[in-house]
Design a protein. Sequence first.
Length: 62
Amino acid sequence: MMTREDWQPLRELGFSDEALLEVGHIVGIFNYLTRLADGFGLEVDEAVLEATRTKIPLKKQD
């Protein structure tokens, strides 16, 4: 559960109420998408995992 105190570090960095609302929306969207992907049993592509491990960016396929 989020409390007023949880937002304080962002307020101290200068986040406005509008910016905090946007942060909340973005976090909520990512939470939703992760749960949706889990519910459908989606898995991360092996090439993406490899790029994450090696720090070598993926190359665009022509």
